[in-house]
Design a protein around this ligand. Structure first.
Ligand code: IPM
Ligand code: MG
Length: 363
């Protein structure tokens, strides 16, 4: 039987709790699926800083490079907020993305019928929603130079970051979006701020060029980010694939999560060039306020593993099987606190994980 190695990076806050539930799911597939999965663990984020003095230890990067795929929980927390930027938990995650060249971040927002009432938006606005945000992940203002805060002679300070993209960076992410759209409704909306920022005007021109050259069979539209944010809550079903910059994608994907009922539902996949291990992680953060209480929703992480099955291991049927198991448990009325609704059964993190494993089939 073929064997694949998954590196687990639980991280901080609720990260270890949601990863532990996903391990149960990995175990089930290892036992019942066509591929055997082995796992190992490494430090990242604040817990890595506490254990080793850095949020992104060399050993973690070395293990990551050797893995077939990586499952990450979450990083960050108030405990590490006062640290210099280079030592903050977030640097661990950003370092991992950058070092592995994971430029394409796929964030699908699907509204399961059972959760249409859990969203703060009206049922008919979100029911049946199926969109995907393709976020550029290794460029833009997150990584642009120069950056920093400087002291000015008059005693005031000046802080600065740089939004920067090269044309190859734009073209490769545009291609990912167009290729995805071809397997969906063939519609791509590129989101920018071309009316104000030169860098994103260039983004728009490059996306248009890729479209003209290779993807005339896909419908391409453009939207300014402020309008896109509004359209996402006004009528999200108008979208199919959204492609955008690193920072706009960060913001729009948090908005999109609320369309699915809860931030606790949104998985993501970060992919690089073929042959690079992908990183699969929930879109939500470490949620320090509920960490250790056993009430976090593990579904976003479990669905991230479904994305791993599909995108890293080409186990498409197995991915669907897992998605159906999640749907089944939601149809049964089981709910963690974040998606709790009147008349439903409230369960904790572990119970939710166990119910999903049970829904996968006999052990
Ligand atoms: C995300 C997160 C990260 C980001 C943080 C934790 C660095 O918000 O994955 O969306 O901004 O990319
Ligand atoms: Mg974010």
């Amino acid at each position: 039987m073929p064997s694949k190695h998954i590196l687990l990076l639980p991280g901080d806050g609720i990260g270890p709790e949601v990863v532990a539930e996903t391990e149960k799911v990995i175990g089930w597939f290892s036992q019942h699926g066509p591929v055997k999965f082995t796992t190992s663990m490494a430090f990242i984020g604040g817990s890595a800083y506490d254990a080793t003095g850095t949020p992104f230890p060399d050993e973690t990067l070395a293990k990551a490079r050797k893995a077939d795929a990586i499952l990450l929980g979450a990083v960050g927390g108030p405990k590490w907020e006062g640290l210099p930027y280079g030592s903050r938990p977030e640097r661990g995650l950003l370092g991992l993305r950058k070092e592995l060249g994971l430029f394409a971040n796929l964030r699908p927002a699907l509204c399961y019928d059972a959760l249409a009432d859990a969203s703060t938006l009206k049922r008919d606005v979100v029911a049946g929603l199926d969109i995907i945000i393709v976020r550029e992940l290794t460029g833009g203002i997150y990584f642009g130079q120069p950056r920093g805060v400087e002291q000015l002679p008059d005693g005031t300070r000046r802080g600065f970051n740089t939004e920067v993209y090269t044309s190859p960076e734009v073209t490769r992410i545009a291609r990912v979006a167009f290729e995805l759209a071809k397997k969906r409704q063939r519609r791509v909306c590129s989101v920018d701020k071309a009316n104000v920022l030169e860098c994103t005007e260039m983004w728009r021109e490059e996306v248009i060029a890729v479209h003209k050259e290779s993807y005339r069979d896909v419908d391409l539209s453009h939207m300014y980010v402020d309008n896109a944010a509004m359209q996402l809550v006004r009528n999200p079903k108008q979208f199919d694939v959204i492609v955008t910059t690193n920072m706009f994608g960060d913001i729009l994907s948090d908005i999109a999560s609320q369309l699915t009922g809860s931030l606790g539902m949104l998985p993501s996949a970060s992919m690089g060039e073929p042959g690079t291990p992908g990183v699969f992680e929930p879109v939500h953060g470490s949620a320090p306020d509920i960490a250790g209480k056993g009430i976090a929703n593990p579904i976003a992480t479990i669905l991230s593993f479904a994305m791993m099955l599909k995108y890293s291991f080409e186990l498409v049927q197995e991915a669907h099987h897992l998605e159906r198991a999640v749907m089944h448990v939601l149809d049964q009325g089981l709910r963690t606190a974040d998606i709790m609704q009147p008349g439903m059964t409230r369960v904790g993190t572990g119970e939710m994980g166990d119910a999903i494993v049970k829904a996968l089939g006999p052990n």
